[in-house]
Design a protein around this ligand. Structure first.
Ligand code: ZL4
Ligand code: CA
Ligand code: ZN
Length: 403
């Protein structure tokens, strides 16, 4: 089995489109696309661009989006603007697709109305969707044409978007599009999702497909007072259907997961997945809301703990697509994706813990201007019996996979 973080070099390509950094979901919204510009500024100042090929900025086309999304939804994303929303017909079409402009006179209406806060009609929405999807497609093609071993698009990873509607801050599912692109060349594609939320949109699309295996690690809590943790799916019993039965794996966890316990699950489970499924390409959604201190997530991973997943999968020497995703404490997100870029090129031991001057250094005051924030130790019982149960459930499902 694999040894962690071997020193062998990889050909890495990197996608960054500055056009995404200025997108604004709204003043109080948790999703802040500027975090990708912050990560990029760090990557640049640490000198990591010299070790990667920079992919050309290439927005997706309408036709490319239609490879997954339905026509009516693509047309809506193309036509809708904050202004156009307020007149008549478009408003109803938008609401049906779960996008909208929140009404201040109707704070958090029930039903579809509530989700409009999650998926607002923002200025430049169509352009934004084409740009982040274009990045994931370009990255996938760099693996398909064999020019790279690892391809990175931190602005992608929007795992909740569905065929005909937005969900959970995600409008276009760039992951499904990228996997479809990889399937044109690779026989089997593995999707791994370490965002704190369940990767429901990707799972739903491939749950009947045996050429794609999806594995999501996430916080699962339907028993909380008031509400479930979003999206409320992803229990261990959900294993896929038909030809795809057992090609879906869910690893539901409780709040408070730390590096040690996360890796106690991630490594043995991924060892088994890599051996049984033997993928020809791996897509890793690196949602950074599983880090300690996230505004939405409730895990306690350090940057090194999170990046341990990247180095572990990298060590298998299979073409690897790295995507972003969630991440709502922007300094933590930028630290994490910069460090993971360093892991991809094999230079994580060489980059200094001192945040360089790069224009966003003031965001790092609370972490002492260090790349690695500290995770306070938490005492109390470790509930390792729970970890064992989660691991057993996962390994039992994997045992059903034909080798
Ligand atoms: C907000 O404060 O759980 C949006 C979203 C906007 C501004 C002011 C509006 C106030 C938290 C979240 C009302 C907001 C109510 N504003 C939002 C069931 C919900 C219906 C909508 O990382 N309300 C929905 C989505 C999740 C729900 C998580 C993770 C994406 C990813 C990949 C998506 N939706 C309840 C919430 C705020 C807001 C404050 C918010 N929304 C937190 N969690 C959700 O997996 C990128
Ligand atoms: Ca996940
Ligand atoms: Zn998330």
């Amino acid at each position: 089995s694999a040894s962690c973080g071997d020193g062998r070099k990889r050909r890495v390509c990197y996608y960054y489109d500055p056009g995404i950094a200025n997108v604004d979901y709204g003043a109080d919204h948790n999703m802040v696309p500027r975090r990708v510009a912050m990560a990029h500024a760090l990557v640049e100042k640490y000198g990591l661009l010299a070790d990667m090929e920079r992919l050309r900025v290439r927005p997706a086309t309408e036709a490319e989006l239609r490879a997954f999304h339905d026509d009516a939804y693509v047309r809506l994303l193309r036509d809708i603007t904050p202004d156009a929303y307020h007149d008549g017909d478009l408003r109803d079409r938008a609401r049906a697709c779960r996008v909208g402009v929140p009404d201040p006179n109707e704070p958090e209406a029930g039903g579809a109305g509530a989700y409009i806060y999650d998926n607002p009609v923002i200025d430049g929405l169509w352009d934004y969707c084409l740009r982040y999807a274009g990045g994931s497609l370009a990255a996938a093609r760099a693996l398909v044409d064999g020019s790279s071993d690892i391809a990175i698009n931190w602005s992608g990873g929007m795992h909740h978007a569905c065929r005909g509607k937005a969900s959970g801050f995600c409008y276009v599912n760039d992951i499904v599009l990228a996997i479809q692109e990889l399937l044109k060349h690779f026989e089997r594609v593995l999707y791994v999702d370490i965002d704190v939320h369940h990767g429901d949109g990707v799972e739903a699309h491939f749950k009947r497909e045996s050429r794609v295996m999806t594995v999501s690690f996430h916080l699962y809590d339907i028993d909380r007072r008031g509400d479930k943790f979003f999206p409320g799916t992803g229990k261990a019993e959900d294993v896929g259907e038909g030809d795809g039965k057992y090609y879906t794996l869910n690893v539901p966890m409780k709040a408070g997961m730390d590096d040690e316990r996360y890796q106690q699950l991630f490594r043995p489970i991924m060892d088994e997945v890599m051996e049984k499924f033997a993928p020809d390409a791996v897509v890793l959604q690196c949602g950074a809301d599983s880090l300690y201190g996230d505004r939405l997530g409730e895990f306690r991973l350090s940057v090194k703990g999170h990046a341990g997943c990247v180095s572990y999968l990298r060590s298998f020497n299979v073409p690897l697509l790295l995507l972003g995703g969630g991440g709502y404490t922007v300094n933590h997100v930028a630290s994490c994706w910069c460090y993971e870029t360093a892991v991809a090129v094999g230079k994580e031991k060489e980059i200094s813990d001192e945040i360089p001057f790069h224009g966003y250094e003031h965001y790092y005051k609370d972490q002492g201007y260090k790349l690695h924030f500290t995770v306070p130790k938490k005492n109390g019982n470790k509930k390792d019996d729970l970890i064992d149960k989660i691991k057993q459930d996962a390994l039992m499902n994997l045992a059903m996979l034909k080798p």
